[in-house]
Design a protein around this ligand. Structure first.
Ligand SMILES: Nc1ncnc2c1ncn2[C@@H]1O[C@H](COP(=O)(O)OP(=O)(O)OP(=O)(O)O)[C@@H](O)[C@H]1O
Ligand SMILES: [Mg+2]
Length: 285
């Protein structure tokens, strides 16, 4: 008999989030669910751990990092694998991908403690409107859109933020408002499905927590190809990946490659839960 698999979730979603739960019907009945930071769990007794709705981890980044170290040290099988999760915690991974030729949203990186003049950056880059966000974030927290006339007034705040965080500055990509953000879901490197996320009126952040709409839309073949190419350039075996992009004049720009706990929108495609289950079994069995 092989040991059962376990999903790691967080306290707020003790039975997994509703969408992730769709995969359970396609996995062995003895598959379990556990809270990632519950100290009573012996992870080693499972055949493998699948990370899912651990949606509080970014508030406990160093505890999560230590948790990954422990799982790795004891030899627990994780999907996605621990080194990939660690790499993906900090958006500086986008720099690595850019070096590998992936088209990303243009970014200026500001290190904590650095002195930076936001107006000068925008001017040098030729950006009228900018977005400032932290390199470790989720749900669009601490993410600002600054119109040209707001940039100078933001400087004191930027300086305060830079005492605590590493930040990134990007041009505001206006396509996010009308077309929205696309998420392409891949299992074991194979394209599965996509959704389009449109921000609520007056908002630019596409997250559903901020009123964004999730649309089960069909991307064009050319778009799927571009997203697939990004993953090929990344070129690391993974069980699940979400490629978040914005479409600028037909060219997809990578906003995030989510490998830790992305919502996978399994409900968008009736075949998706089975595809995810198959990828899990291939990775862990
Ligand atoms: N350069 C940009 N131009 C336009 N909109 C942006 C830009 N950067 C971020 N946004 C908007 O802000 C949202 C949050 O940004 P991003 O996804 O980078 O951060 P996050 O906090 O890690 O979010 P999550 O992990 O929940 O997706 C994006 O989904 C998008 O709607
Ligand atoms: Mg995002």
């Amino acid at each position: 008999m092989t040991a059962p698999l376990v999903f790691a979730t967080c306290k707020a979603y003790p039975r997994l989030d509703e969408d992730s739960r769709l995969v359970l019907a396609h996995l062995p009945a003895e598959t379990q669910i556990a809270i990632w930071n519950d100290p009573t769990i012996d992870w080693m007794r499972y055949g493998g751990v699948i990370i899912r709705s651990i949606w509080d981890y970014h508030h406990h980044a160093s505890a999560f990092s230590a948790w990954l170290d422990e799982r790795e040290a004891e030899g627990t099988r994780l999907c996605n694998p621990a080194p990939m999760l660690r790499w993906n915690m900090n958006k500086t991974y986008l720099r690595d991908l850019e070096r590998q030729g992936v088209p990303i949203v243009p970014t200026v990186w500001l290190g904590r403690g650095e002195v930076s003049d936001l107006r000068a950056i925008a001017q040098q880059q030729g950006w009228q409107e900018v977005v400032v966000k932290p390199i470790i974030s989720a749900s669009g927290e601490n993410t600002w859109r600054l119109r040209h006339s707001d940039i100078a007034a933001f400087q004191p705040r930027l300086e305060r933020l830079l005492t605590a965080y590493d930040l990134m500055v990007q041009p505001f990509i206006p396509e996010i408002i009308d077309e929205g953000e696309w998420s392409f879901i891949f299992f074991n490197g194979q394209y599965s499905h996509a959704v389009r996320k449109q921000p609520a009126p007056g908002e630019f952040r596409s997250q559903s927590e901020r009123g964004g709409r999730v649309i089960f839309d069909q991307p064009t073949a050319a778009m799927i190809q571009q997203a697939q190419r990004m993953l090929q350039q990344f070129n690391k075996p993974h069980t699940y990946a979400r490629v978040d992009v914005v479409n600028r004049d037909g060219q997809l720009l990578l906003m995030e490659l989510e490998l830790i706990e992305p919502e996978l929108y399994l409900r968008a495609d009736e075949e998706a839960p089975a595809r995810f289950a198959q990828a899990i079994m291939q990775s862990l069995r």
